[in-house]
Design a protein around this ligand. Structure first.
Ligand SMILES: [Zn+2]
Length: 457
């Protein structure tokens, strides 16, 4: 046996139990309470949790956007992921307007393959949906991508899909069994509000949030979900930030729509007061941070299973890049870091502070994304035959989430004021250590593309 993790408490979505876990040739081969201690490497996890490796279903590594490129490339981004207990990221391959979906996937693989230290899978972010491209989808599914993101906003940036195209894609999602992801904000209202604020000389960071009010998201989510219901399509709303949107998701789930929701750590633990600080532009992302009532509503949504997953929308721009918009919020590259801090924040703020079960944490961060995006049962679970993506999590390890304690290339932390209790201390990807007792021991390019299979909805 290559690796034996002894004496830990294994966590699944339903149980916590003390067992040893054995790994050979990258797979979990044994889970037992009486394992002979024979392996090339034996790690004692006494007093620690043993979790299935996290899956972050929403990252943007090395992504060009708004005149800048995210500073975490596939190497630094996945090193940060590994320190945060994430063993698979699902990144968005953004379709250049003149490229097919398969060409887009090839472009992203060429960037990721030489650099990743964890495994990765891909979604296609669609910017130019034509009937010819719809015909290409079965081949894209054969190439291992089962999810396609459409944007309701960003008309001027050239990313927007109108309602007709969203409806068309939802029809197809039912026939071919893939997942449509939606960035839901009402484009024409927010465009009008941005223009009004800019014309009035209201250019500071707080007007970013004021130009994209809760209503803009709630209305758009409702519209998307209604279309999913009408077409019987499969729809996943990315980065949900408002209580209004959550109410719509609950309602349409009750109506029997095949719909799912994701929120992000920053919508759970940060609020829009951040925009009033001198570094307010660090917190500019879309949708924006909301009020405290929204924070608590989203936690409720995680508790009552209205929300299915947490993704980070990891999209890192340095202070210098954010300064592109220091005099005008519309010029600030949108995005915040998150891949390293997601699981620690969910543990400290969810499990410790709000009494969420650690089983639910594992369900949201491993099992559910694995199932929705076609990575299960290879990923997302601790079971015989699954990939040995394993995290040893020390519930007593305290860490301030300051810049010098984190591994992203970004030059600040948005969670400086948070000290978490509970951190991953070992991260194994297919049985190989990437983080070993909080030391980086991974290898650039050792991560693999994960070929997603058709999900079962
Ligand atoms: Zn995103």
């Amino acid at each position: 046996m290559d690796l034996l993790i002894k004496n830990g408490i294994l966590v699944t979505p339903t149980d916590c139990f003390k067992a040893d876990i054995g790994v050979d040739e990258g797979k979990i081969v044994a889970i037992s309470s009486k394992m002979p201690a024979e392996a090339d490497d034996v790690v004692d996890a006494k007093g620690k949790y043993v979790l299935p490796g996290g899956i972050d279903p929403h990252t943007h590594m090395e992504m060009p956007f708004m005149g800048a490129t995210t500073v975490d490339d596939f190497e630094y981004g996945t090193i940060a992921a590994a320190f945060g207990g994430v063993t698979t990221i699902i990144d968005f391959a953004i379709q250049p307007k003149d490229k097919t979906f398969l060409e887009t996937i090839a472009l992203w693989k060429a960037k990721a393959d030489p650099k990743v230290v964890t495994d990765y899978a891909l979604h296609v972010a669609v910017t130019n949906l034509t009937e010819d491209l719809i015909k290409e989808i079965p081949d894209v599914q054969k190439a291992g991508v089962q999810s396609f993101k459409l944007f309701m906003p960003y008309r001027k940036e050239g990313l927007m899909s109108d309602d007709g195209r969203i409806f068309r894609m939802l029809e197809e999602s039912r026939k071919l069994n893939f997942l449509v992801q939606l960035h839901a904000e009402n484009n024409s209202i927010l465009e009008m509000l941005i223009e009004r604020n800019v014309n009035a000389g209201k250019l500071s960071a707080e007007y970013h949030a004021k130009s994209r009010p809760n209503y803009c998201e709630g209305e758009a989510i409702n519209r998307g979900l209604a279309m999913a219901h009408a077409t019987n399509g499969n729809l996943y709303i990315v980065h949900m930030s408002t209580k209004e949107g959550l109410m719509e998701l609950r309602r349409w789930k009750m109506m029997g729509a095949n719909v799912f929701g994701e929120t992000c750590p920053h919508y759970l633990v940060l609020n829009d007061e951040k925009y009033l600080s001198p570094k307010g532009r660090r917190y500019i992302m879309s949708p924006p941070l909301r009020g405290k009532a929204d924070n608590e509503a989203l936690w409720d949504g995680l508790f009552d299973h209205s929300l299915d997953t947490v993704g980070t929308d990891h999209c890192t721009f340095t202070d210098a890049q954010k300064d592109l918009g220091k005099d005008n919020f519309t010029k600030v590259p949108n995005g915040v870091p998150g891949v390293e801090t997601m699981i620690p924040l969910l543990y400290s703020e969810g499990v410790r502070r709000r009494k969420m079960s650690i089983n639910r944490l594992v369900e949201m961060t491993a099992l559910n994304p694995a199932k929705l995006f076609g990575l299960y049962p290879r990923k997302g679970t601790l079971n015989i035959g699954s990939d040995a993506d394993i995290v040893i999590f020390d519930p007593d390890f305290e860490l301030q989430l300051s810049r010098e304690n984190l591994h992203s290339k970004i030059d600040y932390s948005i969670y400086e004021e948070f000290t978490v209790k509970g951190m991953p201390t070992y991260t194994f990807v297919r049985g190989k250590p990437v983080v070993y007792n909080r030391e980086y021991v991974g290898k650039k390019g050792s991560g693999k593309y994960v070929h997603a299979i058709k999900p079962q909805f």
